[in-house]
Design a binder for this molecule. Sequence first.
Ligand code: NDP
Length: 329
Amino acid sequence: NREIHLASRPVGWPSEDTFRLVETDVPTPGPGQIVVRNQYLSVDPYMRGRMNDVKSYVAPFALDAPLDGGAIGEVVASEAPDIAVGDTVLHGLGWREYALLDATAARKVDPTLAPVSAYLSVLGMPGLTAYAGLLDVAAMKPGETVFVSAAAGSVGSLVGQIAKLKGAGRVVGSAGSAAKVERLRALGFDAAFDYHDGSVRASLREAAPDGVDVYFDNVGGDHLEAAISAMKLHGRVAICGMIAQYNDTEPPAAPRNLAQIIAKRLTLRGFLVGDHGHVRAEFVRDVAGWLADGTLSYDETIVDGIENAPAAFLGLLRGDNLGKMLVRV
Ligand code: NDP
C-alpha cells in the first residue's frame, strides 16, 4: 500500500517537497471495519487550507501522516454486516491505495448508474456545491444574468450549465486560458473570457453590459471586486471560494469597493456545501435527469498513479485542470 503524507507545512505555494510517498502494509479490517481499494482520489482546493496549522471548519492535516479527502473504491475485505466484498463505496480516506475504515463512514453507491469517478465530480460534492450555491444560496431566478469565476473548473462548469438549465437569461464565465474559454462556449455559456486578457472589470463589462444579478465567486480578489462593480440593485453573491488567495502570504489588496454593497443592497453570502444536504435529493434528481438526456456535460482531468497525486494537487492550484481534477489509482 502506498500513501501520501504531509512532509512539511508550505508557506506560500506548496511544492513536491510538501509531500512524501510512503509504503505501508495493506491493512486488515477489525470488527465493523472494511478495507477499500481506492479507484479514484479527489484533490480539492480546500486541501491547501488544511496544510496550514490553523483552526478552520475542518481540522488541519497532521504532519508525517497520510492526507485524507474524498475517494471511491471497491471493498476488498469486510468485517461489517452491511457491506460486502465487491461493493463500491464513497468515503473520506483518499491519498492512499488501500483505506481501512469503519463501515459506518462509507456510503455504498451503485457503479452501474454512472462512471464511478462521477461520484467525486458531477454527482458528488462539487456538483452539490454548484447546485446549492446557485439555487439555494444565491436563489437564482429565471431571466437573471449569472457570472461565475473558475468557470472551467469542477464547480464552475456545472454552475454555468445549471444556470442555463434553470432558465438564466445570460451566463458569463471567466477562466485562465483560451482553450478553457472555448470549452465554456461549447458548454453553452453566453459569454466567456480569459482573465489574463486585460482587467476582469473591463472584460466583465463587455461580457455583461447590462450588469449581473448573481455572482458565484470561486476566486475572490479582483474577480470579486469586478463583480461588485458590475452587480445590479439587489444582486446576490454566493461566496464559495477564494482560490486566488489560498497561497498568499500577505492579505489581499482587493476588493476595494465593498462599500457598494450598501448602495446596491447586495447580499454576499458565504456557504459551505455541508450545510445544504436538504437539497441533495432535488440535486440528484435534476442532475441524473440532465446526464441521462445529455443536456449536462462534465469534464474530468485524470492523473494516473498515487505517486502523481501531489503533482495533480499542484496542477489544480495552477489551473492545469478542465473540470474535476482526479487521481486514478
Ligand atoms: P476547480 O476545478 O475550479 O479548480 C481550481 C481552478 O481555480 C483552477 O483550475 C484554476 O483555473 C482556478 N484558479 C487558480 N488560481 C486562480 C487565480 N489566481 N485566479 C483565478 N482562477 C484561479 O476547483 P473546484 O471546482 O473544486 O473549486 C472551485 C472553488 O470552490 C474553490 O475556490 C474551492 O475552494 C471552492 N469550493 C467551496 C466549497 C464550499 O462548500 N464553499 C465546496 C467546494 C469547492 P484557471 O485556469 O481558470 O485559472
